[in-house]
Every structure is written in C-alpha cells, then in structure tokens.
Design a protein around this ligand. Structure first.
Ligand code: ADE
Length: 251
C-alpha cells in the first residue's frame, strides 16, 4: 500500500443548502459528532442560497402565485444553488413537514451512502417546479412545523453521523441495540443501589446475564406496547415472520 492509499479513509460528505449557513455545524460541532467532524470521519459543507440571487436586492423569495400568506423561495435562485452541488455524492433531500417521516431504517440507509445533500427551506417553502426538476425526495423529522429546514437537517445528520464507522465507541454503541430490534429502550439504572428509598431492580445486580437480558427484553416490549402501538405491531409482524408464522395479531 502506498502512503496516500493507507491514509485514504471513508468520509461521509454532507452538503447543506441554506439561507442561514451560520446555523451549521451548530450542535454537530460538539460531543460525538463534533469529534468525528474534527477527525475527518464526515465533512460538512454549507452553500449560501442567497449568494445565487441575481438582482440588486439579492432577493430569494416572492409572493405565492394565486395569492395567500407568506413568501415562496424562487426556483431560479434555488435552482442555481442546486446546480452548483450537482456533483456531490449521495441522495438529494428537501426537509419539509410534508415529507416522508424519517425513521431508523431510513437513517441506516443514508449512513450507507457516500453522503447527502440537504436543501433547507424557509418561509412557506420552495417553488414546486424546482423540486420536480431535481426529483427531490421530501423528508420530515416529525408531525410538527419548524421555522425552517435547518433544525431538521441538524437532527437528520446527527442520527446518521452516530452510525458511521468509527464514530461510536463501546460506551455509546449499546444504545442502538433495542431500536435496531424495533423496540423502545428498556429502563436504565446506575449507582447508588438505593436512591431516596428507590432500589435498582434486583435482577440487574444479580450478575445473572441471561436473566438480565430477558428482563430488559420484557421491559422493552412492555414499554413499546404501551407507548407505541405502531412500532409494537411492526415488531410482532417481523418477529412472527422470522419464526415462520403469518399472524401479526399475536397478543
Ligand atoms: N421544516 C419545517 N418543519 C419541518 C419538519 N417537521 N421536518 C422537516 N423539515 C421541516
């Protein structure tokens, strides 16, 4: 191996198109993601959409065709910004509350790509023609409306970056396990064994690893069933398929 080849390592490339480049890396410059950014496990480039405005007022938005409240981001400006990142690796996504909901499967898929390009909208949104012309996939981080795509882009990149090879050490990786199974996390405890009269469950201090594993699974199942019937139904379906059964209505 040559010196350069041995230095070559995987770097997940994120590109963010935004009217507020100063919002990045924001929280992603700290802690786990921040350390990974500094060590080159991923990179973050921002593109200032306003720099593609061509009129003397540098305007990026206009009133909605057909009337109504708010402003719409102009297709010529956003289109020029998108053209400038056409060579960036990975899918092109538009953060929007009407997009498909992001889940852990989607995040895992993105982590397996060489990178991603994220378009952040402001105001009422982006002119539909530019979304159509670029075949942009719209994604949402939840059924609520944020002030713009930027906080959603930070959430999405955070979820992806922690899955990239080399980012999580042993201390962090176990958090993944229960969600990977499609279940919510079991309850966690640490010392002291008695806090204000509340004990750590006995099984956790028993040293009996099989019992601990079974207790955690039972707790994760109970919590998922009570809080998230949607995840519970999917978990049962997957579990039954894995067992060669066809019933999704067990329990
Ligand atoms: N922009 C505004 N709200 C959003 C949401 N819920 N998800 C993604 N992008 C958004």
């Amino acid at each position: 191996m040559t010196d350069t080849a041995s230095q070559d390592k995987f770097c997940w490339e994120a590109t963010v198109l935004t009217l507020y480049p100063e919002m990045f890396p924001g929280s992603l410059g700290q802690s786990l993601a921040g350390r990974a950014l500094k060590s080159g496990l991923w990179s973050l480039e921002t593109v200032d959409i306003r720099s593609f405005a061509s009129d003397k007022h540098r305007s990026v938005d206009d009133t909605p065709s057909g009337g109504g409240a708010g402003m719409v981001m102009r297709p010529d400006v956003v289109g020029a910004a998108l053209a400038s990142v056409a060579e960036q690796p990975g899918p092109l996504l538009y953060l929007s509350p009407r997009g498909r909901l992001i889940d852990q499967d989607f995040v895992r898929g993105l982590a397996a790509e060489p990178g991603v390009t994220l378009l952040c909208g402001r105001y009422e949104g982006v002119d539909q023609r530019v979304l159509d012309a670029h075949n942009i996939v719209e994604v949402s981080v939840g059924d609520y409306v944020l002030s713009g795509g930027e906080p959603a882009a930070l959430v999405l990149m955070d979820a992806v970056v922690r899955l990239l090879p080399g980012v999580m050490g042993n201390n962090e990786s176990s958090h993944e396990e229960s969600f990977e199974e499609g279940l919510l996390e079991y309850p966690l405890y640490t010392r002291p064994a008695n806090w204000q009269g509340r004990e750590v469950p006995e099984v956790l201090t028993s040293g009996h690893h099989d019992n601990i594993r079974l207790w955690r699974l039972a707790q994760a199942e109970e919590i998922t069933k009570a809080r998230r019937p949607d995840l519970w139904a999917r978990y049962l379906k997957r579990r039954n398929e894995a067992r060669g059964m066809n019933r999704a209505d067990e329990e």
